[in-house]
Design a protein around this ligand. Sequence first.
Ligand SMILES: Nc1ncnc2c1ncn2[C@@H]1O[C@H](COP(=O)(O)OP(=O)(O)OP(=O)(O)O)[C@@H](O)[C@H]1O
Ligand SMILES: [Mg+2]
Length: 240
Amino acid sequence: MNKEVLLQLKNISVHYGGVKALDGVDIDIDEGEIIALMGPNGAGKSTMLKTIFGLTPIQGGKVFWHERELKPVSYEIVEMGIVFVPQGRRVFSSMTVEENLEIGGYIFRDSKKVKRQMTEVLDTFPALKSKRKEKAGVLSGGQQQMVALARGLMTDPKVLLLDEPSLGLAPKIVKEVFAKIKEINERHKTAIMVVEHNTKSLLEITNRAYVLDKGKIVVHKTSQELLGNDILEKVFMGSL
Ligand SMILES: Nc1ncnc2c1ncn2[C@@H]1O[C@H](COP(=O)(O)OP(=O)(O)OP(=O)(O)O)[C@@H](O)[C@H]1O
Ligand SMILES: [Mg+2]
């Protein structure tokens, strides 16, 4: 069975002044899959996610959502079903876990719906249930990352864009975060694109991988093909 292509980027270019952060990039995200987006520092990974989410103006190329051309504007994108969880666990630290989740569900404009969704999301994050009245700022780094992921799920998105969810976390917590990402994908059928430097763990939970280097896609393979292959090493060493 062919899965439907949800999101398609064709020949996308993004320049910051003289810097070509993205240079003619093609990417597809199909329904329900997990995709890795990897590459060295400055390759353009964060720019890619920001571009999908309408946070950077594009100089060239087109974005399609269900085969219809999209003019990315963040608030419309959330309503369509795309959510971006940026780098750095940006939780609202002086608000409780519950309040953070409420903000994630802002598009519903219906408090009963927000409550229902919160119950569902907390079922995926049982560890946050007992912390729901605590201020997010007092939680550990790993717990804050879980809050950021949970907040992203409050709109029940079709596509979740995650920028370095494991950054700065201890190895044991990194494992938990990756397991949670996989669980979100399986439970909610959410398509997920993950940017990570932790490439081995990432390839273990993803179906396909794109490798960006200097604004161009240099590798596009199944994660299985990339595991145990030295292409990645070459890209990171700059010798591809
Ligand atoms: N707001 C900006 N203004 C100017 N240049 C920028 C801006 N954001 C990114 N860049 C440049 O665009 C290129 C791509 O940056 P980007 O943040 O997308 O890379 P990245 O792959 O996410 O890197 P990292 O792994 O370090 O997070 C880099 O050369 C960066 O310096
Ligand atoms: Mg980045």
